[in-house]
Design a protein around this ligand. Structure first.
Ligand code: SF4
Ligand code: SF4
Length: 390
């Protein structure tokens, strides 16, 4: 299929992948199954051959319609007959023991409609390569992964042809665990956060783990290229100060030679194209990258304490009191940054009203706290948001 998006080697795994791929986590935010399918089809029409999803990328329980990223992908790809090259499908499960690994892999097979024939994997008539990741490894999860020998088990599953590549994803605070995982030599790929605002797992950290993984031949999937989950309003606002839009943020990541692909979490083809406009641009020099980082650092302090609207908390948690806290905190975060930068804030009260519904129902039980990837003090922040905007 013709493509405008450049390809890069997926480590030393023998496959070339679109350097800007589709991060399908945000499908659930579209809240409309037809829109989700249209978006996936539009992106496949761009010749993108790599899609990142996970068993956990479902809408909140009880949502109508219930949107499962894996199911949408399975339905779209199985209906296509025009894809003339294998697609790389990256998905993830929480299999930190062999039994759960198997159970979650089976579920992903069903949802993605994967079939096995003559040693190859397919969705419908489209051949795929399946990259299966242990989702979000941390020190605690690594203990179980190692004590139950999951890496060897995963390699066995690969040898049986049920998956093509074995990997893991992890987050900013888990550097030591990521290093241990890379050094086992038992993973073909990893998915790590890296962006112009935060390169702590790359050249800005104590160990350049992106380089370490790349040098060992692993495919490196760059998540959070936009310092959150996909295109959110805050960075459009900050572009006025930093000059860093989505194309520039993508270019920064693509200029790291160890990055194989960026999983751009988008909600429209226009967002994808804005990101992918960086594909094929000349790579930035070390000086240019430093200059970009300096510009980003002008606003970084404002970003540390606000909600990034990443919706990772909603992967596993729903407020038992029905409080729509990520949306409320998202609007308030933008309001706070606008206030700090001296921008107009008039529209935020209306936006907050739309996002809230029942903002007074937070009973400060704290159950949401462990689920925020950025360790935000959610109940306290909700009080401040209500105080400023309600
Ligand atoms: S602290 Fe508030 S928002 Fe968090 S789970 Fe409890 S009621 Fe919900
Ligand atoms: S509360 Fe935390 S995890 Fe949830 S959307 Fe905001 S930053 Fe992301």
């Amino acid at each position: 299929m013709k493509t405008n998006v450049k390809r890069r080697p997926f480590g030393k795994n023998g496959m070339e992948v679109s350097e800007v791929s589709l991060g399908a986590m945000n499908l659930r935010m579209l809240k409309d199954i037809d829109l989700c399918k249209k978006l996936v089809n539009d992106i496949l029409d761009q010749g993108v051959n790599c899609i990142d999803t996970a068993r956990a990328y479902d809408s909140e329980q009880g949502s109508v319609p219930m949107i499962s990223s894996e199911k949408i992908l399975g339905e779209v790809i199985s209906a296509r007959t025009d894809i003339d090259e294998p697609l790389l499908i990256i998905t993830k499960g929480h299999g930190y023991t062999p039994d759960v690994f198997d159970q979650h892999l089976r579920e992903s097979y069903n949802r993605l409609q994967i079939t096995q024939k003559d040693g190859k994997l397919y969705i419908g008539t489209t051949e795929i390569r399946l990259c299966y990741l242990l989702h979000g490894i941390s020190e605690e999860r690594w203990g179980s992964i190692i004590s139950t020998n999951v890496p060897d088990y995963a390699q066995q599953v690969k040898a049986e042809g049920r998956i093509n590549f074995v990997g893991f994803s992890s987050h900013q605070n888990d550097g030591p665990t990521i290093q241990k995982a890379i050094e086992t030599g038992k993973f073909d790929a990893c998915e790590l956060p890296y962006n112009v605002y935060s390169d702590i797992l790359g050249e800005g950290g104590p160990v350049d783990l992106i380089k370490l993984a790349g040098e060992r031949g692993m495919g490196v999937i760059n998540m959070k290229a936009y310092n959150g989950n996909g295109s959110v309003a805050i960075f459009k606002q900050l572009k006025e100060v930093t000059g860093l839009g989505y194309t520039e943020m993508t270019r920064f990541c693509l200029s790291n030679p160890y990055v194989s692909t960026i999983d751009a979490g988008v909600r429209s083809l226009a967002e994808y194209l804005e990101n992918a406009a960086a594909s094929g641009m000349p790579l930035l020099s070390a000086e240019e990258r430093k200059e970009m980082r300096d510009r980003a650092s002008r606003v970084s302090p404002y970003l540390r304490t606000i909600c990034r609207e990443c919706m990772h908390c909603l992967e596993k948690f729903e407020c038992p009191h029905g409080v729509n806290f990520p949306q409320m905190l998202g609007v308030h975060g933008r309001y706070q940054v606008s206030t700090s930068l001296g921008y107009a804030t008039l529209t935020y009260k209306d936006e907050f009203k739309k996002a809230t519904g029942n903002f007074n129902e937070c009973v400060e039980c704290g159950q949401c706290l462990p689920w925020c990837e950025y360790h935000l003090e959610i109940p306290t922040m909700l009080k401040e948001a209500i105080n400023d905007l309600a």
